[in-house]
Design a protein around this ligand. Structure first.
Ligand code: ACM
Ligand code: ZN
Length: 765
């Protein structure tokens, strides 16, 4: 009875109490019950499985190597011992092809599954209950019962090895990390403008020339000059077919399928540097050094049949190497203008009765798909392959948001979700102060954890076409293996939970608690990883006509400190515990501390400028753009002024006027009203033509005070301007501000089209 009671208690606390640390399996299993007692793994343990199950041999060898690395013990197989780790393949309902049941009691560990893949995942979960590195400590594994299977079948990680080359050792490490988190698909981006990375026996120049560029690693990617004739190409590398075979086998043992990406028809300057006849101009060129494409060819010529011969020969070697069902053919970001100028391309358009260059790309992809299907494989491509007509059996990787994926799923095509936000792991995950330089964007751990791969727009039957999701690691700004580790840890574990664990069981705090143990393991293994985002988020909120500030930080187990006098926060500053009232103009600064140490390089800061309409409700005649909600409906009375960057501070309107009414709550004497606006010429944001200021006592009848006509030149690139009316003091209850929208001016790329109005604050004095 007591034991039963105890085990009930333990069930409740199951995730935190036991073993050499908590049971902290990531991705969280479908069900996990920790019971009383331990299985002690020592020399009295053997592995048992049916000899007839030879398909289990690689998984068992994998387990034995891992255990030997941790304990120094090599477990005998099918030898009588006091304790056993037993494997059973048998039919188990509900857990599918990748699921497993792991049952740990004091004398026995049993892993059961329908397939060898499930067995391997049971082993991965078992390994997560053990230390990360070699130890002489007693290996006590808590008794537990786990039943587990994935939510999605496609759990992907991509790696760009073209922009920077990473050798086989890093690739294997990447695959190992993936497998430990039950990620099952490695998208290997082997071809791009700046380097061809796969040996093709029939075309040796692809790696003799196309894999090597003039080394400008000391310069920022975006500002690298093009190589000059005579400069030595010394940066690069490629994988031989023998190395690739070995990596495929290595991945296979870990249930990681490798999808090779052989880019086309664009992003192939490296192939053209190797064989100039592949491009429309057929001009000789040097491999690209970075992001400067001036006067370089990046596309194959689809007007030329010999180009298709070349690609088919390349794909034949690729298909002979890689056993994956999918071959990724790229398809993204093709600048089609060279095709407009090419006689062969134009002749192709005419001969095939094609409408335009978009359809020429579609012709290209469909022709390649036909070839790939003839080899009993399928194509997958970036969402641009939708343009001009999707190839009949293609799977779409949705990267420009989710819309391509939604469109393809509605057309009953399979889809992998990999939207830039939050699936691009080359974006910042914290900072950006104090973080390694990144391409831009901000995909924090929490944003990744909160990602839901099934868009709301899809019906349940169309949602089935979403196979899963993938994170992409583009390497323009990632030059070292250490940084590769840093960018995926711990965002990949977060993604693994998105893709594996039941949606309704996801729990950010619990994930963070489990993550602490993984952090410890990374540290012990010398892996580089990001500790989290220490930047404090500062959010103004209005409540009952008063302004408050809410502070929050993503990183767990932290204390938020703040100051209101402009000084830098220290651990002697105020500790944040509840929303902070803002009654006077204030500069707020805030930092996070962990274990008494201020984290992050710079405090977050925000200036608040108070006035008579602060925290008052704003009602709009026309709705604000859903893309520019700032910090909510009362952003124009939150005391926060915008910056020239089009970001979080602005409310925006396109096509409509901004007509805002503020209720001051009670009648007050006022003598000035202003509306703060932004002009950013390149973003189609223009100051309003004019701004009318009105007041009222009853909210029905308004009296115009003044209309201010825009005095600023429409051609000014970027400017902030306050439209203002000052007047003798008068008692008012309501204020109305009407800003008249503009059209984009003559000479602008949007000339005659509706411009945007951006406003940050209505200031009432
Ligand atoms: C991509 O990021 N160009 C697919
Ligand atoms: Zn051409």
């Amino acid at each position: 009875m007591i034991k039963k009671l105890l085990s009930l208690l333990f069930l409740v606390y199951s995730c935190t109490l036991f073993g050499q640390g908590p049971v902290s399996i990531i991705p969280a299993p479908v069900s996990l019950t920790v019971n009383v007692g331990y299985f002690v793994l020592d020399a009295n343990t053997s592995i048992r499985y049916r000899n007839t199950r030879s398909e289990l041999k690689p998984a068992i060898a994998f387990l034995n190597t891992a255990l030997k690395n941790i304990s120094g013990i090599a477990l005998p197989v099918n030898t009588a011992k006091q304790k056993i780790i037993q494997f059973e393949i048998e039919e188990i309902e509900t857990i599918g092809d990748e699921g497993y049941v792991l049952d740990i009691t004091e004398n026995k560990v049993v892993i059961k599954a329908n397939t060898k893949v499930g067995i391997l995942y049971g082993i991965q979960s078992l390994l997560q209950t053990l230390p990360a590195i070699r130890t002489n400590a007693l290996l006590q594994i808590p008794c537990m019962h786990v039943m587990d299977y994935p939510r999605f079948s496609y759990r992907g990680m991509h790696l760009d090895v073209s922009r920077h080359f990473f050798g086989p050792e890093l690739v294997k490490e990447y695959i190992d990390l993936m497998a430990s988190y039950k990620m099952n698909t490695f998208h290997w981006h082997l071809v791009d403008d700046q380097g061809w990375r796969i040996e093709i026996k029939k075309y040796p120049n692809l790696t003799k020339t196309g894999a090597w560029r003039v080394d400008q690693t000391d310069k920022l990617w975006s500002s690298r000059p093009q190589a000059k004739f005579g400069e030595l190409p010394t940066y690069g590398g490629y994988y031989t077919q023998a190395q690739i075979k070995e990596i495929i086998q290595y991945a296979g043992i870990r249930n990681v399928t490798i999808i090779p990406e052989i880019e086309m028809p664009g992003h192939v300057a490296s192939a053209i540097a190797s064989y100039p006849s592949l491009s429309c101009t057929q001009q000789f060129q040097l491999p690209l050094t970075g992001g400067n494409y001036t006067n370089m060819s990046s596309n194959y010529c689809p007007g030329n049949d010999s180009v298709f011969n070349f690609i088919e020969n390349v794909l034949t070697e690729v298909i002979n190497l890689f056993p994956s069902t999918y071959i990724h053919i790229g398809g993204d970001e093709v600048d089609k203008s060279p095709w407009k100028l090419c006689a062969k391309c134009q002749a192709r358009i005419k001969k095939e009765g094609i409408k335009d260059e978009n359809e020429l790309q579609s012709y290209f992809i469909k022709r390649i798909e036909k070839f790939v299907i003839s080899k009993h494989r399928k194509i997958i491509g970036w969402d641009e392959i939708l343009e001009g007509g999707l190839a009949p059996e293609a799977t779409v990787m949705s990267w420009r948001g989710e819309s391509g994926g939604i469109e393809a799923a509605k057309m009953k095509h399979n889809v992998v979700m990999t939207p830039g936000t939050p699936m691009y792991f080359d974006h910042y995950q914290a900072g950006p102060e104090g973080e390694p330089y990144a391409i831009g964007g901000m995909n924090t751990l929490k944003k990744v954890y909160d990602y839901e791969p099934i868009p709301k727009e899809l019906s349940p039957s169309d949602a089935k076409y979403v196979l899963g999701a993938q994170a992409n690691l583009w390497a323009e700004y990632i030059a070292t293996p250490e940084q590769v580790e840093y960018m995926i840890l711990p965002r990949m574990p977060a993604l693994s939970e998105v893709l594996w664990s039941p949606k309704e069981q996801k729990n950010w705090i619990d994930f963070n608690n489990r993550l602490q143990n993984h952090f410890k393991g990374y540290g012990q293994k010398g892996l580089h990883y990001c500790l989290g985002n220490f930047t404090v988020q500062i959010k103004p909120v209005s409540k009952d006509g008063k302004l408050f500030v809410i502070l929050s930080a993503e990183v767990m187990n932290s204390v938020i400190y703040y100051t209101l006098d402009g000084s830098e926060p220290t651990i002697q500053s105020n500790i944040y515990s509840e929303p902070i009232p803002i009654n006077v103009s204030t500069l707020l600064k805030s930092s996070v501390a962990i274990n008494g140490r201020i984290m992050g390089l710079q405090a977050a800061k925000q200036n608040f400028v108070t006035h008579k309409a602060i925290a008052r409700s704003v009602t709009y005649k026309f709705p604000i753009s859903p893309y520019y909600l700032a910090d909510g409906p009362n952003s124009l009375t939150d005391g926060v002024r915008g910056t020239n960057a089009v970001g979080k501070y602005w409310h925006a309107f396109q096509g409509n006027d901004l007509i805002a009414t503020i209720d001051l709550g009670i009648s007050k004497p006022i003598e000035g009203i202003a509306l703060g606006c932004l002009q950013n010429y390149n973003d189609w944001i223009f100051l309003p033509q004019s701004v009318k200021f009105e007041t009222s006592m009853d909210g029905i009848t308004f009296t115009e005070i003044k209309t201010v006509v825009n005095p600023i030149d429409v051609n000014q690139k970027s400017v902030r301007y306050d439209f203002k009316a000052n007047f003798p003091s008068q008692l008012v209850r309501y204020v109305r501000v009407s800003a008249k929208n503009n059209l984009c001016p003559n000479g602008h790329s949007g000339a005659g089209k509706p411009a945007w109005i951006f406003a940050d604050e209505i200031i009432v004095e």
